[in-house]
Design a protein around this ligand. Structure first.
Ligand code: RFL
Ligand code: PHB
Length: 396
């Protein structure tokens, strides 16, 4: 069996890559271990940068996004008994973000690929990649029908997330890994209750960080900092609401409660593996890099990677290897900027277990600065809404 591009993983990176390649007349096959229903229901990100919205719209995926996405012109930072607004429009010359859940991005992408006759194989097992240093790499897997297949490709894209098989297929020693684990995790809930806020609230509190986000005018998404080894069984709904109430408390404002539809705990990690290419295998999205969610960057980075990768593969298949050779450096410039911003937001807002009063005062000073200095607020706003252009890591 043969295809031009074998894509491992039907997350946002793999699906958008398949779509962008199809727009260029390039055929691909996506293989995915999970079921379609699982991929469409997995609760994750919620915030799209300006550039991600433009990318999706310009590639024909903007209808539901325009109708149902909620445009946000800022965020609130809450600390020391005050809630301060950062006005993105004012600070960045009109840029915004859009709240549109990753579940919806994935549903739109799967629908678009299937409507166009695209091949997505769900529920595959034993995915493997080989012959990566030749111009005919092979993607092997067992289909849902139990039949083992070897798919000969021109290029393989590893879009299989942090726990996938593509990054480990690099020869030992080729990639350098930079990593930081944080001493805390997020407990996230989806609640059947209208949001109690018009824009996201990032709250610094002596008990730990909390975030009020949303999914729609009737559904709220809330997060609570917990210990990394916490188990969800220790968190009945009443206990979650009690902690949320305490961390968001503000005179004259109240947090509405409602039935919890979904809950889970996510570890927090920064991780960058470079280069993002070995031979004819290209990594994109969480397969190559992870950021803690406090900067709302992971999904946006995944989309940005494949926006660079699709034209690079196109050029490579036409005999021009230049853009493919530049792929890793081009992406890593954005990846490192987002990695820094996510680390900065995370360390400014979370309570570090065992941290002394010095650390708490440094955080509060930074929060006061970023909400009172126009220059500091503009830097946050520029990073949060995204970077339209970044020079390549090699300065190109
Ligand atoms: P994904 O989404 O993990 O998709 C990878 C896919 O590959 C499949 N797979 C395999 N398929 C075949 N063979 C194998 N051997 C395979 N191994 C794995 C998996 O089943 C899966 O379907 O990676 P992708 O496409 O790179 O997308 C990345 C994003 O999902 C991720 O960065 C974001 O969700 C991160 N993130 C956020 N990003 C934002 O931009 N804004 C946010 O507001 C935001 N909030 C979040 C987040 C992530 C969170 N969690 C749960 C990690 C909030 C949370 C709580
Ligand atoms: C979300 O809505 O899931 C969300 C929003 C902002 C973040 C992280 C997650 O920083």
């Amino acid at each position: 069996m043969r295809t031009q591009v074998g894509i491992v993983g039907a997350g946002p990176a793999g699906l958008l890559l398949s779509h962008l390649l199809a727009l260029r007349g390039i055929e691909s096959v996506v293989v995915e271990t999970r079921s379609r229903a699982y991929c469409e229901a997995r609760q994750r990100a919620g915030v799209l940068e300006d550039g991600s919205v433009r990318l999706l719209s310009e590639s024909g995926l903007g209808d539901r996004l325009a109708a149902e996405g909620l445009v946000h012109g800022g965020i609130y930072l809450q600390f020391d008994g005050q809630r301060r607004h950062i006005d993105f429009r004012d600070l960045t010359g009109g840029r915004t973000v859009t709240v549109y859940a990753q579940t919806e991005v994935v549903k739109d992408l799967i629908a678009a690929r299937l409507a166009a006759g695209g091949a997505i194989e769900f529920e595959v097992t034993d995915t493997a990649v080989s012959r990566l240093d030749t111009d005919r790499p092979v993607l092997s897997y067992t289909g849902a029908d139990g039949i083992r297949r070897d798919l000969e490709c021109d290029v393989i894209a590893g879009c299989d997330g942090f726990h996938g098989i593509c990054r480990p297929a690099f020869p030992p020693g080729l990639a350098s890994v930079r990593e930081r684990e944080y001493p805390y995790a997020w407990l996230g809930i989806l609640a059947d209750v209208p949001p109690s806020t018009d824009e996201l609230i990032y709250a610094h509190h002596r008990d730990g960080f909390a975030l009020h986000s949303l999914r729609s005018p009737t559904i709220s998404r809330l997060y609570l900092q917990v210990d990394p080894d916490e188990s969800i069984e220790n968190w009945p709904d009443e206990r979650i609401w009690e902690h949320l109430q305490r961390r968001f408390a503000l005179p004259g404002w109240s947090l509405r409660e409602g039935p919890v539809l979904d809950k889970g705990i996510t570890p927090m990690r920064s991780f960058v593996s470079a280069p993002m290419r070995y031979g004819r295998l290209f990594l994109a999205g969480d397969a190559a890099h992870i950021v803690p969610p406090t900067g709302a960057k992971g999904l946006n980075l995944a989309l940005a990677d494949v926006a660079v990768l699709a034209p690079a593969i196109d050029a490579l298949l036409r005999g021009d290897g230049g853009p493919a050779d530049a792929y890793s450096d081009t992406c890593l410039a954005r990846v490192w900027r987002s990695t820094h911003f996510s680390w900065w937001m995370t360390t400014m807002l979370h309570r570090e277990p065992g941290a002394d009063e010095m650390t708490a005062q440094l955080q509060l000073s930074q929060l006061r600065y970023v909400t009172s200095s126009r220059a500091a607020a503009a830097s946050l706003a520029e990073n949060y809404t995204g970077y339209p252009e970044l020079p390549g890591a090699a300065g190109t």
